[in-house]
Design a protein around this ligand. Structure first.
Ligand SMILES: [Zn+2]
Ligand SMILES: [Zn+2]
Length: 252
């Protein structure tokens, strides 16, 4: 599995983009950022978007992707999310007011954005992957995912203030090769992180302990203002823990 980091921050500046991962060149994971770093040709290859929750920094990129591809693409983009997230995207983003409802605009083959739903803890085959959502603690309904293919598995813990479910989800995963976990604030802002449904590096300790040095943990969703502090807090965790960077390509 090839994972390209399109965006990995918890905010936007000239030098930072919000969350966006491109798997095997055609599957989006949490498409907060999609179009900015990709050519039109690269965007034309995308046919699936897997979304953890309805916050804009995890889904807004599909709006501009759909607009770019709707006249040219010969296939639609499948949007895959839990029912409440899917409902929120339909009601508040692709609703005909904030943006055209691309789920009802049909091209010659299918609608541009066809929404499909998931069930928690239930594995679903998606193209060459199998994805299994697990619960998260956030300010809106949110899940993380175990994403597996023949070569190995990725644990993706999206926005959450409690790492416990990710630790549980990691147990017994065959060939777990990588964990991507959020760390929005530095350790000194733990209380604010908890209140806003986020983590600081030291709150990731139970996962670091569970995975030891066997599985690398890469942090994302850092608020741009605190990146250096989060990096130094992460360095004090006893494991293979580092911050993701944009443009990075990881192999699982
Ligand atoms: Zn969020
Ligand atoms: Zn977020």
């Amino acid at each position: 599995m090839k994972i390209r980091v399109l965006g990995c921050y918890g905010g936007v500046t000239r030098d930072h983009r919000v969350t966006g991962f491109l798997i095997n060149d055609h599957i989006l994971l949490d498409p907060g950022t999609v179009a900015d770093p990709l050519t039109l040709e690269e965007q034309n290859l995308i046919d699936v978007a897997i979304i953890s929750h309805s916050h804009l920094d995890h889904c807004a990129g599909i709006a501009f992707l759909a607009d770019n591809i709707f006249a040219q693409a010969d296939r639609g983009v499948r949007i895959i999310a839990m029912p409440k997230t899917a409902e929120a995207i339909q009601k508040h983003l692709l609703n005909g007011t904030m943006w055209p409802d691309f789920t009802s605009i049909a091209n010659e083959v299918s609608s541009i954005a066809a929404i499909e739903t998931l069930s928690v803890n239930k594995a679903k085959p998606v193209e060459e992957l199998v994805i299994t959502p697990f619960p998260a603690e956030h300010t809106v309904p949110t899940v993380g995912f175990v994403i597996a293919d023949e070569g190995g598995a990725l644990l993706y813990s999206a926005d959450t203030s409690d790492i416990t479910a990710a630790v549980d989800a990691s147990t017994g995963v065959e060939n777990l090769r990588l964990a991507i976990v959020e760390a929005s604030f530095p350790n000194r802002m733990r209380e604010l992180a908890r209140k806003t449904g986020h983590l600081v590096p030291e709150m990731c300790s139970p996962l670091v302990k569970a995975l030891g040095n066997k599985v690398p943990i890469r942090l994302f969703h850092m608020k741009p203002r605190y990146v250096d502090e989060i990096r130094s807090d992460a360095a004090s965790l006893d494991g293979d823990v580092a911050l993701l960077s944009e443009g990075e390509v990881l192999q699982v």
